[in-house]
Design a protein around this ligand. Structure first.
Ligand code: GLC
Length: 743
């Protein structure tokens, strides 16, 4: 009992130091380390899944073999297991309880790809803070999020989990989630440790097939895939998760260059690295380790501190040390990082779940914030004027497999979401419909893959009685997320046929998509008078849908990812390079290809014969119920030096008849550099809310250091020269100006 007392007293004193300085934390860690056996230390590097025989779990805890347990979400079970760890294990070190909390805990938020469309850092941070309040209430102190893998391939199911294709947007929003989860101090009882995942390059899976090999060369890693991770290190993220993929031949979990030389030596990360599920043992199927013993050595020495579920560390480290194959120094360093996290989280002085008089789970404030974020995450892709629905609408037909899909609208990684708490569109419309307006609900397809067209005749008959048709379509949550990649991105089942049937009635058709990725929707957009893309919107999807459709809220979302015309265009993304043969944008019509033409009369451009080279919808695009006009772009600093910022002003006017929000975006591009560079890159954005007729000057600031890139000699930095600046409301079009970087 005495040993706990020392630790407790030390930690207790620390509790009164608002933020224990690193030295105090390190002192406690060293004190704990001094009392630990080798078995104790190895046990602190082992994470298990709690969804198993709890008797076995208790036995492992008593032996000091468990450092972290994931997937237990019952506070009483958490506390009982914790009590065994504190009172019966050899070291008395508390367990770190973890969970995949990617977009909400009980109150499910829009999927991160949807949240990214809001371009609203502050709201995302606030929603993430609410998530931390919900999760810590039941004892979770570590969330495996934010996921920040850059994704340019919508075939990849996990595009849903990240913030899209742009490194700058993903950096800002990943940091927002880290700040929301971790708060001002990790030792705050309402805070939980965030985890930057999956490091690195995982989103570049060849063929868009999850877990597939990636080839991302060093320059692209630094320019495209690293920035969100580096931003999170700078924001103080407490942990990292290594990824499954092998990049350029080296599995990330065993990649010392990645996990130590870049992450720790270059970026100064002092937190803890956990493997992905079984990815230490994954080196065996990757073919770079003959057994778990070799895999344990490679990964621990690479800088992977904690082994999630492969048991490679637990079962092999003692032997590796005894044989002199792994040094105690390496083990001690890993143990220190794990203990440092536990001390910073305040686990030593408060290992048990906090007592709370009033639960925050599903509280009004949490739900209201979630609803606002869902509204802002929704992107209006087309509107001929039918939206927002007005008083002339007396009969509304609602249909489609996503109109009442309480489970599916929560999206992937909604592990603790409860569909009984989900408000679906038809429920929200039924609940909120203005008096005197009649709702006709036809459940035409039971679920997105439903192949039955039996109800289409009745559907058309019902549609003819309505003033407007609202069809909710999309994909089930199981079509999205980990291991759920698709080669065909068209609507599944008979959804498109259903839209055709609705359109054939001649009634105004509003199509609302709920999906975990950009789908191929060109023909559906043609059929529809208005299109709203809500991604998988989460718990409040129904209320947000009603608010947007009836104009209680005005859409302001902007696409965080490019929508292709078809799968053949993939990968297609806005920040592409010029090439030596840039497409003119007019190509791509087979009818224009002459018969028996001599070999080289066609274009010589980077394009296709059978489809336009441009996307269906570009990054940054999104409509509103009002209109905006940008004017008077001026660059306050036409010439800058490396330590400066480029300061830009632009006037934004709401030229419509109702309040709305616009996202003003600033892109930079270079005419020449030591390497080929993207034609444009997002470097600043600002959400601005304007009343009808209101005009405001928006200031955008671009630190010159943010123009740095991996140069021809692989060094990181900027280069002097002339830059093109484009300021607009999408990655296409906008006002153009210039600035010069001098040295
Ligand atoms: C999964 C995922 C990872 C998740 C982990 C724990 O395989 O790749 O994102 O955090 O395992 O569930």
């Amino acid at each position: 009992m005495k040993k706990y007392l020392i630790t407790f007293l030390l930690a207790f004193c620390l509790a009164f130091i608002p933020s224990a300085a690193h030295q105090e934390v390190d002192n406690i860690v060293e004190e704990i380390m001094s009392r630990m056996s080798l078995d104790d230390k190895i046990g602190q590097l082992h994470q298990i899944d709690g969804r198993t025989d709890l008797t076995k779990v208790c036995d492992m805890i008593r032996k000091g073999q468990v450092s972290s347990i994931m997937n237990i979400v019952d506070a009483s079970v958490i506390d009982s297991l914790q009590r065994i760890a504190v009172e019966e294990s050899p070291s008395g070190i508390p367990i770190l309880f973890a969970r995949d909390i990617v977009h909400g805990f009980k109150t499910i938020l829009p999927i991160p790809l949807g949240q990214a469309a809001s371009f609203d850092d502050a709201l995302i941070c606030s929603a993430a803070r609410n998530t931390a309040l919900e999760a810590t209430e039941i004892g979770i102190k570590w969330a495996f999020a934010p996921m920040m893998d850059i994704a340019r391939d919508p075939r990849w199911g996990r595009i849903a989990e990240g913030f899209g294709e742009d490194p700058y947007l993903a950096s800002r929003l990943a940091v927002s989630v880290v700040k929301g989860y971790q708060g001002d101090s990790l030792s705050d009882e309402l805070s939980m440790a965030a985890c930057a995942k999956h490091f690195a390059g995982y989103g570049a899976a060849e063929g868009g097939r999850d877990y597939n090999t990636t080839y991302v060369p060093v320059r692209s890693l630094y320019d495209t895939y690293f920035p969100p991770f580096k931003a999170c290190v700078e924001a103080g993220v407490a942990s990292f998760m290594s990824s499954f993929n092998d990049n350029d031949g080296v599995p990330a979990t065993g990649n010392r260059w990645l996990l130590t030389e870049v992450l720790r030596d270059e970026w100064g990360f002092t937190g803890m690295v956990v493997s992905d599920w079984g990815s230490v043992g994954g080196l065996i199927p990757h073919g770079v380790a003959k057994d778990k013993k070799e895999a344990a050595k490679i990964c621990l020495e690479a800088g992977c501190d904690m082994d999630m579920m492969s048991y490679s560390y637990l079962n092999n480290l003692k032997e590796l040390i005894a044989e002199g194959d792994v040094s105690m120094y390496v083990v001690d360093e890993a143990v220190r990082r794990v203990l440092r996290l536990k001390v910073r989280l305040g686990l030593l002085e408060k290992p048990y779940t906090r007592k709370t008089s009033e639960s925050v789970i599903y509280s009004e404030n949490v739900l209201e914030t979630a609803c606002r974020l869902t509204e802002e995450s929704s992107v209006l892709l087309k509107n001929d004027g039918i939206l927002p629905l007005g008083e002339d609408i007396k009969t509304v037909l609602v249909t489609g497999p996503m109109a009442d899909a309480a489970y599916d609208q929560m999206g992937t990684w909604a592990l603790d979401g409860d569909k009984a708490h989900t408000l679906t569109p038809v429920e929200a419309i039924r609940k909120n419909l203005p008096s005197g307006v009649k709702l006709i609900y036809v459940n035409s397809l039971d679920y997105p893959r439903d192949k039955s067209t039996d109800d289409f005749k009745a559907l058309k008959k019902a549609a003819r009685k309505a003033d407007v048709l609202i069809a909710f379509v999309g994909e089930e949550q199981m079509m999205s997320g980990e291991a759920h990649s698709l080669s065909d991105l068209h609507l599944q089942g008979q959804q498109s046929e259903m839209l055709e049937a609705l359109a054939s009635t001649g009634k105004p058709l509003v199509t609302v998509f709920m999906a975990g990725r950009p789908l191929v929707i060109a023909s559906e957009m043609e059929l529809s008078d208005a299109v709203l893309y809500m991604w998988h919107p989460g718990t409040m999807g129904g209320q947000a849908a009603y608010n947007l459709l009836w104009g209680k809220a005005n859409p302001s979302g902007k696409l965080p990812v490019t929508f292709p015309r078809n799968e053949g265009q993939i990968p297609i993304y806005y920040n592409h390079k010029h090439t030596s043969h840039i497409a003119k944008g007019t190509e791509g019509n087979l009818d224009n290809v002459p018969r028996e033409m001599p070999q080289s009369v066609m274009g010589h451009t980077s394009s296709y014969l059978d489809v336009a080279p441009t996307p269906l919808l570009p990054f940054g695009f999104g409509l509103s119920y009002t209109t905006f006009e940008l004017s008077n772009l001026r660059v306050e600093t036409p010439e800058v030096r490396a330590s400066d910022s480029v300061v830009v002003y632009v006037d934004v006017k709401n030229t419509g008849d109702r309040q709305g929000c616009e996202v003003v975006q600033a892109y930079t591009g270079r005419k020449s550099a030591s390497t080929t560079r993207p034609m444009k890159e997002l470097k600043a954005y600002e959400r601005v809310s304007l009343e009808a007729g209101e005009c405001r000057t928006v200031r955008l600031e671009i630190p010159v250091e943010s123009l740095a890139f991996c140069r021809k000699d692989l060094s990181w930095g900027t280069e002097p020269g002339n830059y093109v600046l484009t300021v607009g409301t999408s990655s296409e079009g906008g006002l153009v100006s210039y600035f010069k970087l001098n040295y």
